[in-house]
Design a protein around this ligand. Structure first.
Ligand code: BG6
Length: 501
């Protein structure tokens, strides 16, 4: 057998050669996430020597100024204030260039055309880290400028619209220029290690599947709690709110991975087909059902970690009288054989007491309990999959407390900490996602029908809130949300999981 010569051998860890063009290349996402993630990929030797990064933004900027901007961003967000590795930075900085142009002007693309000429055969990625109303016009202009090659991919950042109609308009506009297989819609939660591990836990172990259904599971809780407020982006957030900003995408994606049927394989369509089925089986909440099964909240001034923080209406740029929700809790149901009658409680909010994302699967009590209970029934098994921080998996179960005398049961846990098992460095979600785009692996990105099914479900809640004037109930920053959210679950005889880890 003929062995490949060293020059043709490819290290499977290294991506294809590429040109990545980041629209919004000087914006917040590029500075905080994309450029530092690319730097880290380079540090880990995952980028080939001929991978180039071209930032596009309005306004001129000298090449040295742009390189300095990227260096500052990498120091702030990648090495957290420590100097960059000089070898890695030397290599990475040579990949960078900047093109000042207005992406909305069809006749303004010649600087980009010249930057990309002679590289027709190289993987080309257009990453639109811009406002969603620019997605359609930018895609059209890229097509008009003949910049779309057969190996071109388009990455769209969220929000993908503000409802089903606007999302469809975006999808139709970009669909005129790019085939669906070329479009990578980002939900960065899918790039998180622990979110990917959800599928591994469920489908690479035989323990869970026989129990993963309505016969054995009482209910599921999905929580994404943040301590941050809306900070410097009040205007954006006020047009959106927690349901659009977090539930329509991140929480529903986590719900899909928790509830879906085993896919027949790991290819993009097999996985996405199963996720779409979950979204389509979500019981539509409309009218009074939506009002009864959801709680909206808005934070007031309070304290986080002992530090006073302002209320939502006192944040910079805030406008009086906004009823926008910064918290939402939902009691959802999935109408299919596996999950009939099993509630999924979702909650997310800003300015909650801890940053914590987790899925809690509460199992049913044993059918016949032979042990003395001394009053209340002891808690049944709980599987807690901690997405961030302190990533890990915990399984709570009853054990005999050692000692003579009365037989006493105590809840203890099998505890798998990611940090202990795999070391403490967990790569940022964007590293994985950017590499997948370059390599042409779309499994961790959302297909058009997924995004639209998610909007269809959220739209019906949004419409009901509007028709019924559902208020955003106040909650104190640093608390777990409005008391109505506690009542939402307690009226079913259940309680929100409170983490003591
Ligand atoms: C973003 C939302 O998509 O996700 C933000 O727009 C939110 O409002 C962020 O803060 C949370 O992401 P993470 O990775 O910090 O949990």
């Amino acid at each position: 057998m003929e062995m490949p010569t060293p020059s043709t051998q490819r290290n499977p860890l290294i991506s294809e050669p590429f040109d990545m063009v980041v629209f919004g290349g000087r914006g917040d996402l590029a500075k905080r996430k994309l450029l530092p993630a690319l730097y880290e990929l380079d540090r880990d030797n995952r980028l080939p020597p001929d991978g180039r990064i071209i930032a596009v933004s309005r306004g001129e900027m000298g090449p040295d100024d742009f390189v300095k901007l990227v260096e500052d961003s990498c120091i702030e967000f990648s090495t957290k204030g420590k100097p960059l590795n000089p070898d890695v930075w030397g290599r990475f900085s040579k990949r960078l260039s900047y093109v000042g142009m207005d992406a909305t002007k069809p006749d303004g693309y010649s600087p980009l055309v010249s930057a990309l000429k002679d590289r027709q055969a190289v993987v080309r990625v257009f990453y639109l880290a811009t406002a969603p109303d620019l997605f359609g016009p930018t895609a059209a202009n890229l097509g008009r400028s003949e910049l779309v090659t057969p190996v071109t991919r388009l990455v769209l950042e969220k929000p993908l619209g503000k409802d089903l109609a606007s999302s469809r308009a975006i999808n139709e506009a970009v669909g005129k220029v790019f085939a669906e297989r070329q479009i990578y819609r980002i939900d960065h939660y899918l790039g998180k290690e622990t979110v990917q591990n959800l599928m591994v836990l469920r489908f690479a172990n035989s323990l869970f599947e026989p129990l993963w259904n309505r016969t054995h599971i009482d209910h599921v809780q999905i929580t994404v709690a943040e301590t941050v407020g809306v900070g410097g982006r009040w205007g954006y957030y006020d047009a959106s709110g927690a349901l659009r900003d977090m539930v329509q995408n991140h929480l529903l994606q986590v719900l899909c991975l928790t509830a879906m049927e085993p896919p027949i394989a790991l290819d993009a369509d097999s996985v996405r087909d199963e996720k779409v089925k979950v979204l389509k089986s979500l019981n539509a909440l409309s009218g009074p059902d939506a009002a009864n099964s959801t709680v909206r909240g808005q934070y007031r001034a309070g304290a986080i970690d002992g530090q006073p923080v302002p209320g939502y209406l006192d944040e910079t740029d805030a406008k009086d009288g906004s009823n926008r929700e910064t918290y939402v809790a939902i009691r959802a149901e999935i109408d299919n054989w596996r999950w009939a009658g099993v509630p999924f409680y979702l909650r997310t909010g800003k300015r909650l007491p801890q940053r914590c994302s987790e899925i809690v699967v509460q199992f049913k009590a044993p059918p016949h309990f032979i042990y003395p209970t001394y009053g209340a029934m002891p808690p049944s098994n709980r599987l807690i999959m901690r997405l961030q921080p302190n990533e890990g998996v915990r399984f709570q179960m009853l054990n005999k407390r050692p000692g003579p005398g009365e037989l006493r049961l105590e809840q203890t846990a099998l505890n798998l900490s990611y940090a202990d098992a795999f070391g403490s460095i967990i790569p940022d979600a964007y590293e994985r996602l950017l590499l997948d785009v370059i390599r042409g692996r779309p499994t961790l990105f959302m297909r058009v029908d997924e995004v639209e099914a998610a909007w269809r479900w959220t739209d019906s809640i949004l419409d009901s809130w509007q028709q019924l004037n559902v208020p955003a109930r106040p909650y104190t920053a640093g608390s777990w949300g409005p008391s109505a959210a506690i009542a939402l679950i307690e009226r079913d005889g259940r309680t929100w999981h409170e983490d003591d880890a």
